[in-house]
Design a protein around this ligand. Structure first.
Ligand SMILES: Nc1nc2c(ncn2[C@@H]2O[C@H](COP(=O)(O)OP(=O)(O)O)[C@@H](O)[C@H]2O)c(=O)[nH]1
Ligand SMILES: [Mg+2]
Length: 408
């Protein structure tokens, strides 16, 4: 599909264009929607779907003994520094039995819950789970910074009884590595292997039949097993929750940025259809009908997901110890979230109209019903074309900024 669009962008003669599998799938998807006949009803359904996607709650509970790194993990997942506003307080002993909610700074339906410490003498896993309202969570992360104990496994068994999922995480492996580094025959891989085997062995000893343990350092999520943990969780969540989960993850690797792009891309046709069917009004100066406000909100969503907003950039600048202006200067192709206005969307729409016209002519051959839409389907194709290009460019800028690939 990218090849298809970029070829069009370069003005190639597309009668000679091969219909790739991706393009074919897109055509089939669009065909199915348009030929369903009642486009208004189909669009209303898509609008509902998009809304429920946005509002899908995701609640992740972090539990483990006091001092195991729970609060630090909450902050790491939310992309916050321990000192940031809205961050969980770290390094303090928490005496309360109340779970603390930390809403995701960008996605209001996502909450990370910092649960009270386990392992005190009067700790009873079943009572504990009731006290922390176990039913509110999609899954539990059970943390240990040293050995796993029967407190961890007893809790895991209770969580399982309640029909919920849990994952064992061993934090602070950076500290273990630093301690081992002093030895003459130090090997990072061997040390990590030893920590993992030790965790597994001692989880078996306290009753876990086939344990899996994810090693990590809360300050370097891009290292060790965080990526694996993230992928494991992702694969076990149902589609809607997986979508918000991917968008909620911190931008720590090229892979997660690609996943975010793919997750957003999946819903571009839907966004375009909703904009051009439900909220369609004539766009001044262009022979288009669409809901520009909706396009603006989608583009802002993309920018924010990639961290291309003032708040994220200021935070990142502090974390990587670089002036924020330097980070901003690497954002070449797309605007900051705060610069995405109605007028900006109009400019993009007019720029896209030419390329989109060619795509529309091409698509009309496959989907004649497209021609029956207002403006002969041009509005729909232009909108889709514009959002797709915007997403590609924002993703490209994000790769440079978030991953520090800045060459100035
Ligand atoms: N070296 C290292 N220290 C950590 C890590 N995670 C947390 N800490 C430190 O361990 C202490 C306890 O962490 P905290 O997140 O408050 O644990 P909690 O009591 O389980 O919430 C704090 O001083 C943290 O800075 C980590 O991955 N590596
Ligand atoms: Mg804490």
């Amino acid at each position: 599909c990218c090849l298809f669009l970029s070829t069009l962008r370069e003005g190639a003669n597309f009668t000679s264009l091969h219909c790739t599998f991706a393009v074919q799938t897109e055509i089939e998807e669009l065909q199915a929607i348009v030929e369903r006949g009642n486009l208004m009803a189909a669009a209303a359904k898509l609008q509902e779907k998009l809304k429920s996607l946005e509002n899908t709650p995701l609640d992740i509970a972090i539990t483990g003994p006091s001092g195991s790194g729970k609060s630090s993990f909450v902050n790491a997942i939310l992309g916050l520094h321990d000192d940031d506003e809205g961050a969980a307080e770290t390094g303090v002993t928490q005496k309360t039995m109340k779970p603390n909610a930390y809403p995701h700074p960008k996605l209001s339906s996502v909450t990370i819950w910092d649960l009270p410490g386990i392992g005190t003498p009067n700790f009873q896993p079943d009572k504990y789970l009731k006290q922390v309202n176990f039913n509110n969570y999609d899954f539990f992360i059970i943390m240990a910074s040293e050995r796993f104990t029967s407190h961890h496994t007893n809790l895991a068994q209770e969580i399982q009884k309640m029909g919920k999922r849990f994952y064992y995480v061993r934090s602070k492996v950076d500290a273990d590595l630093n301690a081992e580094r002093r030895k003459r025959h130090f090997s990072k891989e061997k040390t990590l292997h030893k920590i993992r085997e030790d965790c597994i062995e001692n989880l078996r000893a306290v009753g876990e039949a086939s344990p899996q343990v994810f090693l990590l350092c809360n300050w370097e999520l891009a290292d060790y097993d965080f990526q694996l943990l993230q992928e494991t969780l992702e694969n076990e969540l149902e589609a809607q929750k997986r979508h918000v989960f991917i968008l909620a993850m911190p931008n720590i690797s090229a892979k997660i940025l690609e996943k975010k792009k793919a997750a957003l891309q999946e819903h571009i046709w839907e966004a375009a259809i909703v904009s051009c069917v439900i909220g369609a009004v004539p766009v001044p100066g262009l022979s288009l009908v669409c809901d520009v406000a909706l396009l603006v909100s989608h583009m802002i969503l993309y920018s924010v997901a990639f961290g291309l907003d003032d708040e994220s950039l200021t935070r990142l600048a502090e974390q990587v110890d670089k002036p924020v202006a330097e980070l901003k200067s690497a954002i070449i192709k797309s605007p900051l979230a705060s610069e995405i206005t109605h007028n900006f969307a109009l400019t993009l729409l007019s720029r896209s109209a030419c390329g989109a016209l060619m795509v529309a002519e091409f698509l009309l051959k496959f989907i004649p019903a497209l021609g029956s839409l207002a403006g002969g389907g041009i509005s729909l194709v232009t909108t889709r074309y514009m959002l797709k290009n915007f997403l590609d460019e924002a993703a490209e800028d994000a790769q440079k900024v978030a991953l520090g690939k800045i060459n100035i």
